[in-house]
Design a protein around this ligand. Structure first.
Ligand code: NDP
Length: 276
């Protein structure tokens, strides 16, 4: 599978797995755990979670899913903005580690910008790196101005910006994506199938028919065809995770890409970064 390289040189397979809204329905728990484990076995080691998801319940589920697999997993979690301070970040990180049943995260993100000054978060993140609790850190939902401020505040080691990016959310192509690419910073694309809403679109269905594939596969293959993009679809079943994994083996033709990009046109004017 194609890999994505973080600025420190670490490479990870370009297709990851999300976990938002997992652990919310006890009847689906077994399927969700099986899906995450299948994803790791299929070569999608990056698992994205957050202390916010189910107020810790998603992290507990991930901990259960990766038991015995920790060394195969690239584990990502996120801190609430109001926990991203000198006083509270370590506490939050340690609580996440405990729920996940591990002693370190591969990547720890600020979930979105809040009231804590970015420079204070950078220092708190660096202290977690020094303490060996996290291997690297990054941010999420930060637009270009915030990113520039982060770098000015000493955040040169920022590994990634995790943002809303899919065929229906192409505005970041106008400004934020080139800005990040200039700094060799990969992008984690969240809600890559727009939480399922994208999948009934006619153009996706047409391209999918040509490849005897599903619309989800096509939407993910489009993201994977772009440099520096790491989509993190959430799949709650083995069937969906296998379908998503197949996207990494699908090559879209120039004609497919042109059709998709015509149907999901890039906005012409800049607009602020959207978030879900
Ligand atoms: P996604 O775009 O990943 O969509 C998830 C939905 O799509 C689920 O309903 C899932 O159903 C369905 N689905 C997945 N694969 C398939 C498939 N092959 N065929 C048909 N349906 C499919 O939305 P998310 O919002 O979950 O985004 C992905 C991840 O990104 C999150 O889980 C989270 O980790 C992260 N995220 C980060 C945010 C941030 O602020 N940093 C905000 C939002 C998300 P089913 O469950 O039945 O498989």
């Amino acid at each position: 599978m194609k890999t994505i390289r973080f600025p420190d040189g670490t490479a990870v397979p370009a297709l990851g797995q999300g976990t938002w809204m997992m652990a919310e329905n006890p009847a689906r728990r077994g399927d969700e755990i099986a899906a995450l484990r299948e994803g790791v076995q299929l070569g999608m080691p990056l698992i994205d979670t957050a202390e916010m998801y189910g107020e810790g319940e998603a992290e507990i589920l991930v901990g259960e899913a990766i038991a015995g697999l920790r060394d195969k997993v690239f584990l990502v979690s996120k801190a609430y903005p109001h926990h991203a301070s000198a006083r509270l970040l370590r506490q939050s990180c340690e609580a996440s580690l405990k729920r996940l049943g591990t002693d370190h995260l591969d990547l720890y993100l600020l979930h979105w910008r809040g009231a804590v000054p970015l420079g204070e978060t950078v220092e708190a993140m660096e202290r977690l790196v020094d303490a060996g609790l996290i291997a690297r850190w990054g941010v999420s939902n930060l637009d270009m101005d915030d990113m520039a401020e982060l770098i000015d505040a000493g955040g040169h080691a920022c590994a990634t910006d995790q943002i809303l990016y899919n065929l229906t959310r192409r505005a970041p192509e106008l400004d934020l994506l080139p800005w990040l690419a200039d700094r060799s910073m990969p992008v984690m694309a969240y809600s890559p199938v727009e939480q399922g809403r994208l999948l009934s679109h006619k153009a996706l269905a047409e391209v999918a028919r040509r490849h005897e594939a599903t619309p989800a596969r096509i939407a993910l293959a489009w993201l994977l065809s772009r440099p520096g993009i790491l989509p993190i679809p959430k799949a709650g079943s083995v069937r969906h995770v296998q379908d998503n994994r197949a996207a990494a083996d699908l090559t879209l033709s120039d004609e497919d890409i042109a059709q998709l990009e015509r149907s999901f046109a890039r906005p012409t004017a800049r607009r602020g970064l959207e978030m879900l």
